[in-house]
Design a protein around this ligand. Structure first.
Ligand code: SF4
Ligand code: SF4
Length: 205
């Protein structure tokens, strides 16, 4: 049966009438910024104080777009007679966001919490070379990284928090003991290694 002329037009008008009174859902970017989830993958921030130049992120990056240069530095021994140590010093840390595919592997594998996602995404450039962000720029992104969400009150205490709390309690108890006794160590407590026992005190086994 041939279609009745004007049916398509009537259907189109029906849709128009149905939707013309509804609120528009079109986001007028850039006048209105989209409400992004705090953990959006916008750009990567570098907290370089935590970076030990272990190179894990650069090795695991599937696009090979993390560039790290470093040199070794000799650190004097912590105590007289000790051995000198060497440590890596960061010279360059850069990420080429024209190659990055935002997989997040670098952030996942970093064992020292030096890389973080920021939801910032407005860093388009007219020159592709400017999409390689050097360490200063990566550091600036750290200011835009949102705070981690609060721990669920019903959840088990994270072991890092439990360890930090126990260490703080222990330090506080030791400080209180020192204050109460007015001595360097509590009564009945063994002196620290290297200290001589006081006269009359039992020698250490
Ligand atoms: S997000 Fe993925 S592609 Fe981008 S730098 Fe990290 S590991 Fe490489
Ligand atoms: S994995 Fe982390 S600590 Fe290692 S080089 Fe990369 S950012 Fe630095």
């Amino acid at each position: 049966m041939p279609p009745i002329p004007g049916t398509g037009l009537a259907k189109g008008l029906a849709v128009t009438l149905r939707t013309m009174t509804r609120k528009s859902v079109t986001a007028q970017y850039p006048d209105t910024l989209p409400p992004l989830p705090p953990r959006s993958r916008g750009v990567i921030g570098l907290f370089e104080e935590n970076c030990t130049v272990c190179m894990l992120c650069a090795r695991e990056c599937p696009d090979w777009c993390i560039y790290i240069d470093s040199h070794k530095e000799t650190v004097p021994p912590a105590a007289p007679g000790g051995r000198e140590r060497s440590r890596n010093v960061l010279d360059r840390f850069a990420i080429d966001f024209s190659l990055c595919m935002y997989c997040g592997i670098c952030i996942e594998v970093c064992p020292f919490d030096a890389l973080f996602w920021s939801p910032e995404f407005e860093y388009a450039e007219t020159d592709i070379h400017d999409l390689t962000h050097e360490r200063d720029k990566l550091r600036e992104w750290m200011w835009t990284v949102p705070e981690p969400p609060a721990v669920d009150p019903a959840a088990e205490e994270p072991k890092e928090l439990a360890a930090a709390r126990k260490a703080a309690e222990k330090a506080e108890a030791e400080a209180a003991t020192v204050r109460d006794t007015g001595e360097g160590h509590a009564a009945g407590e063994r002196p620290a290694t290297g200290e001589r026992p006081a006269p009359g005190e039992e020698p250490r086994p």
